[in-house]
Structures are given as C-alpha cells and as structure tokens.
Design a protein. Structure first.
Length: 376
C-alpha cells in the first residue's frame, strides 16, 4: 500500500471510529446530483495514474483519481475507446472528471442503449470499505467471477459502498465507420421509426429526438457506427438526410454533456427541474403535463423532461403506466456546487437490499450518507 492510499485508509479508519461522515470526491463534476452533500471531503485525486494497459487484450487498469480525459486520450491514441460514452459534466475550463467518479455515478452517454452501460465494461475494482479494509473484486478478464459479481455493484453506487481505489475496464476499438442521419418528424413518428429499425440488423448506435422551441414537428437524429459496408448500406435503406460527421460530432458531445439548447432552456424556466424518465424503448408517447416536451434518447428508452417538481407524482404515474420510473436528475434549485437531485427506488424491497448492502460494506455509515436516499 503506497503512502497516499495508506493515508486515506488511516482517515477512513479514524472516521469510522469517530462516526465522522466522509464526502468522497474526485473532480466534483457530478456534485449537482444526489440529495445531500455533507461530511468532510475525502479527495481521491491523489490516487492517479494508469496501472496497466494492454491494447491487444482490450483491458486497462487505472487508479480511481485519474482524469477521465487523460484515460480517453490514451485509449484514442491506440484507436480504442470507452464505447458507453461517459458524460464528464465538466462545466468549467478544466475537465476535472475522474475515472472513479465515472464508475461511482454509473452514467452513460448517447450510445448506452446499443453498446451497454458502464457496469457492462467493469471487469474488477479495488476499494476501501467502511472498516478501511482494502478489498479486490473481479479481475482483468471477462470470465473471472465465481458467484455474484460484486464489482458491478459499484457502478451507480455513488460512493456509498466504499472508496474506489483501482478499476479495471474492458475497452473496444473505435468503429471504422460512422454516419448521422436526420429526419424531420414528430415524437410519435420518431418512436415508430426507432421501434421498426430496432428489429432490423442495422448498426444503430445512438439516437436523439428533440423539439427546440414550439415551432416545427421536431427532429430525429440517428447515429450509425460499425463496419463500413454496414453503415453505408444502412444509409441507403433508412433514408433521411446524411450529415457531415465533423459538423455533427460537437452536437453528439453536447447531447452527452447536456449542453444542447434544449437543456440550456431550463435556465429560462424558473422552478423547473430536469427529470429523467426511464421507460421501455417500445413505450409510446407519454401523457406528460401541459407544456412538457421531452428530449428522447436511447432509442426511446430515456425521456428527459423539464417540469416543476410539483408535478412529480404525475410524471411518475406516466412512467409507471408503461413499466418505467421517473426521478429528479437536477433539482430546480441545483447549481454546480449544491447536490439536489433524487433517486427513485423501484420498490421497498429494492430499498431494503440497498440498506443491507450498505450495512455490509459500510457498517458505520460514514461514506456519503444521505446521497442515495429517495427524493424528488
């Protein structure tokens, strides 16, 4: 155990003995999400650096405090990537997002519906639990688990189960071909197109339907990635208007980072929160409160809505009616330095499982207390 890790372990051990809450923090780029940010800050950025990288094996092991941009640059230099496109949410001039924060948040970008989520590429983790014990789960190959895959529990746990110190990830080659098609259509037609294409052998990678302002029916953007022949054949059969890759790339990045004009419009709507509705991809147009026009991603499975928190029950009922759920992603009062989002547990049983896991990993309850309570 190196000196940085030993110092962190000593601090965790002391906090557990004194019942002192600790707020685990890397770059802090996702501080806007979650119900509470309190406790002494425990900075992970000292745990930085790529431990091992085997491009031919498609595996990288990296310390949790490593800047995410640094890892992505190294991968790109070898023609590889994190295919789930993790958002950085770096609002300032410096991109402070870390690899540990990426895993802890468990958030994926536009390609998630086609390529999988963060947890699907998580091979193994090393972490400090609430007793300051250094534990290792998983490894550096896909078939390394006998029994329950504990490492994947860390994706989306928001640091409540332990402090990640080292992470092993599966990476993939950058697709040899890419194209974006644009279709002018309303939301219902967009969903029908996406549902139809989903049943065909097409190299679908990402999609986004959006209506900017009140004029026009809306626009559906579909990104294709894969073999050159497959992408070219899909462009010929799907129709639409093919866009220039260099021109549209910043728009896909803005979709991932939630900086599109649709997201920015929330600043002009005082009292509006950003809601995240997770539904089956085959769900129809939802019955939403008046004036709530969604932005649709993940081939229909993710619907972003801007609306007051007072209509939360209405949004939850609309999502639950089609087998989904709704939660506040950014509260109306949230800013870059105040956490105010909320989590929506699917059932009381799921909440009880969460509580038992936390009791096992962090019996003193010192890690990010309150962060994942149900809210919104």
């Amino acid at each position: 155990m190196d000196s940085t890790l030993a110092s962190i372990a000593d601090r965790v051990r002391a906090a557990a003995a004194d019942q002192t809450p600790l707020r685990i923090r890397g770059g802090g780029t996702k501080d806007f999400h979650g119900l509470a940010l309190h406790g002494e800050v425990l900075d992970t950025r000292g745990l930085s650096g790529i431990v091992s990288y085997e491009p031919s094996e498609l595996v990288v092991t990296v310390r949790a405090g490593t800047p995410l941009a640094e890892l992505e640059a190294v991968l790109a230099g070898n023609g590889q990537c994190l295919p789930f496109e993790p958002p950085h949410f770096a609002r300032g001039p410096e991109d402070a997002a870390t690899v540990g924060g990426m895993v802890a948040a468990g958030l994926s970008g536009p390609a998630r519906a086609s390529v999988g989520a963060v947890r699907d590429y998580l091979l193994g983790v090393t972490l400090l639990n609430g007793r300051a014990e250094l534990l290792t789960f998983g490894g550096q190959v896909m078939k390394n688990v006998a029994g329950y895959d504990v490492s994947r529990l860390m994706a989306g746990a928001w640091g409540t189960l332990g402090l990640l110190t080292e992470i092993s990830l599966k990476v993939l080659p950058i697709a040899p071909a890419e194209a974006t098609l644009r279709f002018e259509c309303n939301q219902a037609d967009a969903l029908r197109k996406l549902h139809a294409w989903g049943g065909q052998p097409l190299p679908l990678n990402a999609s986004c339907w959006v209506q900017d302002g009140s004029a026009g029916a809306g626009t559906l953007y579909v990104r294709l990635r894969g073999a050159v022949a497959a992408v070219e054949a899909a462009c010929r059969t799907m129709g639409g208007t093919r866009m220039d890759n260099a021109t549209v790339a910043p728009d896909w990045a803005a979709c991932r980072e939630q900086t599109l004009p649709w997201f920015a419009a929330r600043a002009t709507q005082p009292g509006h929160a950003l809601w995240r509705l997770s539904v089956p991809a085959t769900a129809p147009v939802l019955a939403l409160p008046d004036g709530a026009q969604p932005l649709v991603e993940w081939h229909g499975a993710l619907r972003w809505v801007q609306a007051p928190e007072s209509v939360g029950e209405e949004l939850r009922k609309a999502a639950q009616a089609v087998g989904g759920s709704a939660s506040v992603f950014i509260a109306s009062s949230a800013c870059a330095s105040s956490a105010s989002g909320g989590f929506d547990h699917a059932s009381r049983a799921v909440g009880q499982i969460h509580a038992r896991l936390r009791q096992s990993f962090d019996p003193a309850g010192i890690f990010n207390p309150g962060r994942m309570e149900r809210g919104g």
